[in-house]
Design a protein around this ligand. Structure first.
Ligand SMILES: C[S@@+](CC[C@H](N)C(=O)[O-])C[C@H]1O[C@@H](n2cnc3c(N)ncnc32)[C@H](O)[C@@H]1O
Length: 351
């Protein structure tokens, strides 16, 4: 029997079943390893390290400890996709097998390189045999494109569907990958912005997609969030999510072009997470913001110093719109978007 070092959550036996279910629901339980019982406590193996704020939210308590220890594997087959594919692929092909995948609700999304395209279905089927807990295995087809930022998917194994409920930081998000943009890689950013919003703020999310920012913010506090998207399917999914969550604040979903939002000088905060196109909407954001307000501006930037590049770009765009960047509160790389390119965010106070 194999064993591996894993991050664990230690809880009292009486809390064990509730904790196990909550971790499983949030895809944090590593189901390939045995839970260990010792001295009235359970040591539960996790898929990866998890921030204590997230664990507190999921469990609704801080009666636990974390640490690292060896766990016994309960998986009798191959331990990962590459090992399972060894009998089907050459060593050169095995090198190209994806090491990571996106997990969206109960759907796994693989990015299979073109060189392995003739093996797509087989890779999906074997992946599903190794990871039986997913209902569906999809493969990305082509790039994200067009105004709605949607891409095509091919079902490789399991139930042929693209719709699911994805949970991040306790927020339930209705997602349909074939109809509206969603990335599970932005959860930290959704949570970060929600933590900045204060009670009674008026927030406008100009490009809300299926609404992760509005749902995070409205779960966190008593703010009013206008959530705009040009894609009616994205707004329909947001409306579904509004019904799935206990919200403290209010969300006002609007189908439409953010340029047509008619209210001016109304928002304490504007979110512009449309990194391939937000630059074109800075005058509109400046019109919507109060005389002093916060702008969260996103852009794809490459080069030597993406922090300076994106800050200078935003400063110039705001100047051209007749307003001023009073202070840059934060500039950061949100994620890699392409080789040598990042999705950047600038938080700025605009006066
Ligand atoms: C990157 S996605 C949104 C991501 C979303 N904020 C999130 O965190 O998941 C950009 C969104 O902008 C929307 N969009 C594009 N042009 C628009 C416009 N002129 N007005 C409003 N929404 C627009 C697209 O439909 C898409 O859902």
């Amino acid at each position: 029997m194999m064993s591996s070092k894993k991050v664990f959550l230690k809880v009292a036996v009486r809390d064990g079943e509730r904790t196990r279910k909550a971790l499983l629901e949030h895809n944090l339980l590593d189901i390939d390893f045995k839970i260990l019982s010792q001295d009235g406590a359970l040591f539960i193996p996790l898929r990866h390290e998890v921030k204590s704020e997230l664990i507190d939210t999921i469990l609704g308590s801080n009666h636990y400890e974390t640490g690292e220890m060896d766990f016994e594997s309960i998986f009798h087959g191959p331990k990962n996709l590459s090992e399972a594919l060894e009998i089907y692929l050459s060593p050169e092909e095995l090198e190209l097998v994806p090491r990571a995948y996106d997990l969206i609700g109960d759907i796994a999304v693989l990015e299979i390189p073109d060189e392995l395209s003739s093996h797509r279905e087989m890779i999906g089927r074997v992946f599903h045999e190794v990871h039986k807990n997913f209902s569906t295995v999809l493969a990305k087809k082509g790039a994200i494109s067009g105004t709605t930022r949607v891409r095509e998917y091919q079902c490789l194994a399991g139930e042929d569907k693209t719709e699911t409920i994805h949970i991040e930081y306790g927020c339930r998000l209705a997602v349909d990958l074939s109809k509206a943009y969603f990335s599970p890689r932005l959860l930290e950013e959704h949570n970060r912005i929600a933590q900045l919003v204060k009670d009674n703020e008026f927030v406008v999310d100009m490009f809300c997609g299926v609404g992760p920012f509005p749902i995070h913010i409205a779960r966190h506090g008593n703010a009013h969030i206008v959530a705009i998207d040009i894609n009616p399917d994205a707004i329909a999914l947001l409306k579904k999510s509004i019904g799935l969550n206990k919200l403290v604040g209010t969300v006002e979903p609007i189908v439409g072009n953010a340029k047509d939002y008619s209210k001016s000088k109304i928002a304490d905060r504007v979110i512009m997470n449309h990194p391939s196109g937000a630059f074109d909407f800075v005058p509109d954001a400046c019109r919507i913001l109060k005389p002093q307000g916060v702008l969260h501006y996103y852009d794809f930037v490459g080069g030597e110093n993406p922090e300076d590049t994106v800050t200078n770009k935003l400063t110039q765009l705001v100047d051209e719109a007749g307003r001023t960047v009073e202070m840059v509160c934060l500039v950061r790389r949100v994620r890699d978007s392409a080789p040598y390119e990042f999705q950047m965010v600038v938080d700025a106070i605009i006066s």
